[in-house]
Design a protein around this ligand. Structure first.
Ligand code: WT7
Length: 649
């Protein structure tokens, strides 16, 4: 985001409250009720969470403690046992939900499948039995590299059922990235598909898995779901067809109970240094956080049809496609492919055909819809919609207003939900039946969340001033550690303010107490709502034989929020050319994945550095944005470097 948009965001004065009609039917319908519950949740967190845990979760063995907090390590619901998959499936059986749709799936080619809770039980049970036959059980790691198809959800739930720890890797990541993640967590099973449909074509996945697994000795088996029927080589003994393996096993399975803090999943996310971090979430607290927030933030009702456009490879897909929704017994609509296939109205067409009532997407998608033109929206009624959501980056007021008017027809509340992979569930958000929203503000904290905007010493800054966003108290769905690296966990999140969680985001509260998220203040970019570490891109670039040095920065972008610009110096004797630019873009794509391909590659004779040799990213950011270099340059080693870079514009 540019400074200009940030200012325009925080000057936004329009306020949009829920209609009386929405408010009347809402799960929480008054500010007074929110305030009362919120106050209790932060003043007596153990009492609040004890009640929620008893109301919302099915326990095998009751817990004895609500919280044990020895910063930075939290233990929630100690002494208790439960099964997360049982909470998402079995608990709905034998109720009127048994034959309710858990998932409605539409593939990109138009194929539709409805899976009831009862069918979900059979599918997940079969897979859990296959896991047991393969010797995959409690504590084992399973990597899931799948298209957005119901089998991806079955795979996650089957892991939870047997106590295996899943790590879902987004299908757009490269073989190299997949391999790194498999090795880091020591996965013994990889679940994939032959391919998925994307923009009218088969996007093959199995060959990427083969490439990754060739270098990952820990993998014993690869289980392959047949989605597209494209030809895939199968390696004897190691590779197994999903449909063959599941055909031979029972379709019932008794889930075992695991302790509250039993690891549920690892999800890798980018940080400001080094390799991606394996964020670890555990069972009871995570499930409770995602369930409670789904119920109130999305105002879930028995007849809702909920559509979240996120891929399950991201935390949004984990919490708000799978765990939070299925534990509430909701009907989740799931779509496999691109938003503009066959035309730019695909989402609106599906919303009408399937009667979607709640729609959750990202600002970058909203800006793309705006660009594609209102006429595509107008072809459809969208009359089933009653609630809209946004996640992934700050939403600019223009996009908020467009969403409100064109998709929400001025009657649907919009929940702008701020949270992170690490937080597990929504942290700052409007409640749709309660909050008077200001476009661009995530508004107020959810239950149990105590965000504060502080200066470098940890003192709260006055209303209106920007500072660092911290969360003062532990909450049930918080990450527990980084897989295999507790030291990095402490350093990354709990060392700026000892013992207190630092989000990495900057924020400001306005005079009415509303939270406005400014964005990352570390070396992490937010490109189309996806997190990317500059260090990762740089290390991919310097791994190329022709590259001497590289620096990656973000540039404000109308569509993606930020785009990726890299400055590269080449080794002596290497000719720079447009071909080399293309080669480097593809190289990064191959090292990390298509989402990390630089939007622009710029060659430089030298990079601006401090006298101690640190690359001055701030200056490169200004150059990338086409601005004149401002601010303190006294530590700069050689100003002619900047002059040369600017002269190239
Ligand atoms: C970062 C977390 C958790 C959902 C998807 C992204 C930014 C996320 C918002 C929002 C302003 C937001 C923050 C945060 N972010 N939602 N509503 N308003 N900023 O998950 O990859 O872990 O990224 O996304 O900068 O730190 P993630």
């Amino acid at each position: 985001m540019t400074d200009q948009t940030i200012t325009s965001v925080s000057r936004e004065k329009r306020v949009f409250g829920p209609s009386a009609e929405f408010q009347r039917q809402a799960n929480l319908g008054s500010m007074a009720a929110y305030k009362r519950l919120y106050r209790e949740s932060v003043n007596s967190p153990e009492k609040f969470w004890d009640r929620q845990a008893k109301d919302l979760l099915v326990w095998r063995k009751p817990y004895t403690d609500v919280l044990k907090w020895k910063a930075p390590h939290a233990k929630w619901f100690g002494g208790g046992t439960l099964n997360v998959a049982e909470n998402c499936i079995d608990r709905h059986l034998g109720t009127e939900r048994e034959n309710k749709a858990a998932l409605i799936f539409e593939g990109e080619p138009g194929d539709v499948r409805t899976i009831t809770y009862r069918q979900l039980y059979f599918e997940v049970s079969r897979l859990a039995n296959v896991f047991t036959d393969l010797g995959v059980g409690k504590g084992d790691r399973v990597a899931i590299y799948m298209p957005m198809v119901p089998e991806a959800v079955f795979a996650m739930l089957a892991c939870a059922r047997v106590g295996a720890i899943h790590t879902v890797v987004f299908g757009g990541f490269s073989a190299e990235s997949l391999k790194d993640r498999i090795i880091d967590c020591g996965a013994k099973l990889v679940i994939t598909a032959d391919g998925g449909w994307r923009r009218g074509k088969v996007f093959p996945l199995k060959p990427t898995v083969d490439e990754a697994v060739a270098k990952a000795k820990c993998v014993e088996h690869v289980l392959v779901h047949q989605r597209c029927g494209n030809e895939v080589p199968m390696r004897a003994k190691r590779d197994i067809w999903w449909h063959e393996a599941t055909a031979e096993v029972a379709n019932t399975h008794k889930a075992k109970a695991f302790t509250s803090e039993h690891p549920l999943f690892i999800l890798y996310t980018s940080g400001s240094t080094g390799k991606p971090k394996g964020v670890l979430h555990t069972s009871a607290g995570y499930l409770l956080g995602s369930k409670l927030s789904s119920k109130y933030v999305f105002d879930l009702k028995e007849n809702d049809r909920y559509f979240c456009t996120a891929d399950i490879g991201w935390i949004t897909g984990h919490s708000y496609v799978v765990y939070g929704l299925l534990s509430n017994g909701a009907t989740v609509f799931m779509y496999e492919g691109a938003p503009n296939q066959p035309g730019p109205d695909r989402f609106w067409d599906m919303i009408d055909r399937h009667g979607v009532t709640i729609f959750y997407t990202a600002p970058t998608a909203i800006r793309a819809f705006m660009k594609w033109g209102d006429e595509h929206v107008k072809k459809h009624s969208l009359k089933s919609l009653r609630l809209l959501g946004s996640v992934g980056e700050p939403i600019n007021p223009e996009a908020w207003m467009w969403y409100h008017k064109n998709i929400g027809k001025k009657k649907c509340p919009i929940v702008d939900t701020w949270w992170q992979t690490e937080t597990g569930s929504i942290m700052i958000t409007p409640l749709p039946g309660v909050t008077e929203c200001k476009p661009g503000s995530a508004t107020f904290p959810f239950f149990g969340v105590q965000p504060k905007v502080v200066d470098d010493l940890g003192h709260e800054v006055p209303l209106g001033s920007a500072g660092k966003l911290i969360i003062a108290q532990p909450w049930p769905s918080m990450l527990r550690t980084l897989w295999g690296d507790d030291k990095r966990f402490k350093e990354t999140y709990f060392s700026d303010f000892p013992g207190i969680y630092f989000t990495g985001d900057g924020a400001r509260r306005d005079e009415d107490g509303y939270f406005w998220i400014v964005g990352r203040i570390d070396d992490v970019l937010n490109i189309s709502g996806h997190r990317l570490g500059t260090a990762e891109v740089e290390s991919a670039l310097v791994a190329h034989p022709k590259v001497a040095e590289a620096a990656a920065v973000g540039r404000p972008d109308d569509l993606k929020g930020q785009s990726l610009v890299v400055f590269v110096t080449v080794k002596s004797g290497i000719e720079v050319s447009d071909e080399l630019k293309a080669e480097l873009r593809n190289h990064v794509g191959k090292e990390i994945g298509a989402i990390a391909k630089p939007d622009e590659v710029r060659f430089a004779a030298a990079l601006p550095k401090t006298r101690s040799g640190k690359i001055m990213r701030r200056i490169l950011k200004q150059i990338a944005a086409g601005q004149l270099v401002k601010g303190d340059t006294t530590t700069l080693e050689d100003f002619s470097v900047v002059a040369a870079l600017q002269a190239e514009d």
